[in-house]
Design a protein around this ligand. Structure first.
Ligand code: MN
Ligand code: MN
Length: 467
């Protein structure tokens, strides 16, 4: 039976915005492509528990893909692939385009740091016949989520003689893990009455790291001595070497499929490696673009982008200036005509907590990559609000390349807020908008994303570079 469409139906189709499940748009073939893209992503996650490891893994992949260290004295022809490694904690990857550099560059900027527990400079102590590390949390965490879960330890120790020792222990099945203990419910009456912010305090985030005395002989500090002796044997360090170390405790989980349909990925550190990996893959896969294309994997976003490896530093600006100078251009002229996708996650609508979201303006899982026009809080405070013109440009680009996308605000007006690196890019007089993957349980030790959304982020960055 054939039904005539009413005029209202026709108009609805013509005039209303459609929200579709990405799987319905891309079909079985597209879903399979997304699944296989995400296998690479999950491997990247497992190899990249910290900003340093994320940079190291990316650098290995880039070198294998033909990227060489940037030399500001070389006039690179189109198609050249270069990188700048900023202190092993942030990385710039660029593919030189055909167009004059004065026409600007295309930048995708993601961050590779994630919330975690950093060891204090003097972390090791013994208490009640157990040894512990004291921590100072990094980034916005709900502290109670970090107790009673297995932790691994990653980072570097610079010894007195200058030698740098890498540490990565607790992620492999045969390695010991670490844990922060929590109070049993039987004795937690007071704790349970306190707020979730205060139930676990910063100074109780102490990591249990051992409990046997040196040579099985009781003496003051013999548990601590035993740990120090093990660390000395394994890493060649003394207690004072912790002062010149960056050691990070992170969840000891591997990335895994979530759901009977395996449509989702559960892992530590999706924010923001879920944008870093697609931006990395897009720069690796972009061949001879028109505009010079740049992926930035930055550090320190979770603590406000300050510090010389964060985007409040001038390292990106210096690179663009050096690149401009090669071709006789001014860095400021290049930057002023450049465009950037600030590649960061947004909060996916969570039906368990509908009260904090404004449903019409929240991104959803499987809705595609999310464009966030502005972030900030209390009346758009502290944000870079993308222009209608740039939004229009990106929207047209994504549609023309069949990238599934949606828009999202971070929760209800005045419910809270957040920020990204967008404002630091905007500070360089670059057109910028946030674009990234919707995340559930953001900043938890175990976050969730959708595989098709991850794949759409990759397609978006690739389209942006190849425009
Ligand atoms: Mn982020
Ligand atoms: Mn974050």
């Amino acid at each position: 039976m054939c039904e005539e469409k009413s005029r209202a139906d026709i108009l609805r189709e013509e005039l209303f915005m459609k929200k579709e499940h990405t799987s319905c748009v891309i079909g079985e073939k597209g879903v399979n492509e997304a699944d296989s893209f995400c296998e690479g992503y999950m491997n990247y996650l497992d190899a990249s528990k910290t900003e340093r490891e994320a940079v190291e893994t990316a650098l290995e992949m880039a070198r294998a893909g033909g990227f060489t260290e940037f030399d500001k004295n070389v006039r690179y022809p189109a198609g050249s692939k270069v990188y700048v490694n900023n202190r092993d904690k942030s990385l710039i990857l660029a593919v030189i385009g055909h167009k004059d550099i004065r026409e600007g560059v295309s930048i995708a900027a993601a961050h590779v740091d994630a919330p975690r527990l950093d060891l204090k400079p003097n972390p090791l102590y013994e208490e009640a016949d157990m040894a512990y590390f004291k921590t100072h949390y990094y980034g916005g965490i709900k502290k109670y989520q970090w107790t009673a879960i297995p932790l691994s330890l990653h980072g570097v120790i610079v010894k007195k003689n200058g030698e740098k020792v890498k540490v990565a222990i607790g992620d492999n099945a045969d390695e010991p893990k670490f844990v922060i203990t929590d109070l049993l419910p039987h004795l937690a009456a007071n704790q349970m009455r306190s707020t979730m912010a205060e139930g676990i305090k910063g100074e109780t985030l102490n990591i249990l790291i051992g409990s046997r005395p040196f040579e099985n002989t009781a003496a003051a500090d013999s548990i601590k001595l035993n740990i120090m002796s093990i660390l000395n044997e394994k890493y060649g360090i003394t207690e004072a070497d912790f002062l010149s170390a960056e050691l990070e405790a992170v969840p000891a989980f591997s990335a895994c499929d979530i759901g009977f349909d395996r449509s989702l990925i559960g892992a530590y550190g999706h924010d923001d490696r879920v944008c870093a990996y697609p931006a990395l893959m897009a720069i690796l896969d972009c061949e001879e673009p028109d505009y010079t294309s740049v992926t930035v994997l930055t550090d320190k976003e979770e603590t406000g982008s300050e510090g010389n490896t964060g985007l409040d530093s001038k390292y990106l600006e210096y690179f663009i200036c050096d690149l401009a100078a090669i071709y006789g251009a001014e860095g400021r002229d290049v930057l002023s005509r450049s465009k950037c996708l600030s590649a960061d996650v947004n909060a996916a609508f969570d039906p368990n907590f509908p009260e904090v979201y404004e449903k019409r303006n929240s991104c959803v899982i499987n809705g595609g990559v999310c464009i966030t026009k502005y972030t900030g809080s209390r009346g758009k405070g502290g944000t870079s609000d993308a222009s209608a013109e740039f939004m229009g440009e990106i929207r047209t680009l994504l549609d023309s390349e069949n990238v599934c996308w949606q828009t999202g605000e971070l929760g209800k007006v005045d419910e809270g807020g957040g920020g990204t690196v967008a404002k630091y890019i905007a500070h360089l007089n670059v057109d910028v908008v946030d674009l990234g993957v919707p995340v559930l349980s953001m900043h938890a030790p175990f976050e969730v994303v959708s595989k098709t959304d991850v794949y759409m982020a990759y397609k978006a960055f690739l389209a942006f570079f190849n425009k």
